[in-house]
Design a binder for this molecule. Structure first.
Ligand SMILES: NC(=O)c1ccc[n+]([C@@H]2O[C@H](COP(=O)([O-])OP(=O)(O)OC[C@H]3O[C@@H](n4cnc5c(N)ncnc54)[C@H](OP(=O)(O)O)[C@@H]3O)[C@@H](O)[C@H]2O)c1
Length: 327
């Protein structure tokens, strides 16, 4: 089968189209005929250095796919060959390929049941561009940050693939307000289009009068430091990424005590790997949102052999919404 293979760490040019053996499902796995593979900043980090040793060479990037079930491994129940599915985030998905092997616990049927059904209404690209990030946003807001109806929410990286999804999800969870933060003024219209009530730049954070019950941070660095000062008493920051690639922001536990604030991290692939029983409920709620609320993000598709271009665009921060590769 055709796949994008990384044989050496480096720039976007190390993403090479190759012919490799088609995977077969191991126990508790299925294989999927891939129709769309999501491209996210995490793929860039894996490509640069294997995320400091998490992945070893060679590997096929891509942690989320949508398509049709091709083959079912031992011990898998509840999935049918040929049915349309999307996967949740999984670092070993190897999604930039014609066929991907995936743990069955992370595979979500798209023609499941009744009113949650989105088959025929959501393309593979829309499913893979939305469902995994909706699952992450739900887990971040409800399970990690314990957001409640009436809360004021601040989201960094508001024009990004993950950050942008929080506007719709926080509104669906009945936030009183959702403010987005972008890196520069030219990105404000992009974030406004994603549904934020208000959009400010990172530079404006220090002058902001508003205070927030919940801050969501996929960016890190200077933006994280500025946003921490904007938490209300008993406010919670959810740390969900480090898109700025700046170093660690160090916070003393005594500062949390004196300041009446909390910080919690969430990495969805790690959480679902440690507690796979969370996946089905989160996925069902994500599909419900996609079906009934105005949460869908724009997803642009590129052919599989344009993986290098996809990474270049992501790194130059010129993507609107999400990118997906189609084999
Ligand atoms: N926790 C999880 O489970 C999970 C799931 C998915 C992704 N992630 C992480 O979330 C982060 C974003 O991923 P993504 O795929 O959404 O990437 P993306 O689409 O490239 O978005 C990155 C965002 O970060 C912003 N940004 C980058 N550098 C910045 C800086 N110095 N100051 C302010 N804003 C800056 C960009 O702002 P502009 O557009 O304004 O330039 C953009 O909005 C990554 O670290 C990824 O690993 C985590």
């Amino acid at each position: 089968m055709r796949a994008i293979v990384v044989n050496e760490f480096g720039g976007p040019e190390v993403l090479r189209l190759d012919e490799i053996a088609t995977p077969r499902p191991a126990e508790e796995e299925v294989t999927i005929d891939v129709e769309a593979a999501a491209v996210g900043l995490i793929d860039v980090l894996f490509r640069r250095d294997g995320l400091r040793g998490v992945l070893s060479l060679p590997f096929v990037p891509g942690i989320e796919v949508a398509g049709r079930v091709r083959e079912i491994g031992e011990g898998v129940a509840g999935l049918k060959v040929g049915e349309p599915v999307v996967t949740l985030s999984n670092p070993s998905t190897a999604g930039y390929a014609e066929v991907a092997a995936v743990p069955a616990s992370l595979v979500v049927p798209l023609d499941a049941t009744g009113e949650d059904s989105v088959a025929g209404r959501v393309s593979a690209a829309a499913a893979v561009g939305n469902v995994p990030n909706l699952v992450t946003a739900l887990a971040v807001l409800e399970d990690a940050a314990r957001m409640r109806p009436g809360d004021d929410v601040l989201v960094l990286g508001a024009s990004g693939g993950l950050g942008g999804v929080f506007a719709g999800v926080a509104h669906a969870l009945r936030a009183a307000s959702v403010t987005g933060v972008v890196s520069r003024a030219s990105r404000i219209p992009e974030a406004q289009a994603r549904g934020f009530d208000d959009v400010v730049t990172v530079d404006q954070l220090t002058g902001l009068d508003s205070r927030f019950h919940v801050v969501v941070d996929p960016v890190g660095g200077a933006a994280r430091s500025a946003a921490l000062a904007l938490l209300r008493p008993l406010g919670r920051m959810a740390v969900v990424g480090n898109a700025s690639d700046e170093g660690q922001v160090v916070v003393g536990t005594n500062d949390l005590w004196i300041g009446n604030t909390g910080i919690i991290g969430l990495n969805i692939a790690g959480l679902l790997s440690a507690e796979p029983e969370r996946a089905a409920t989160l996925a069902s709620r994500a599909l419900n949102l996609l079906h009934h609320s105005d949460v869908a993000q724009p997803v642009e598709t590129l052919p599989l052999d344009h993986a290098t271009e996809a990474h270049r665009r992501l790194e130059s921060r010129s993507v609107h919404g999400r990118l997906a590769l189609t084999p």
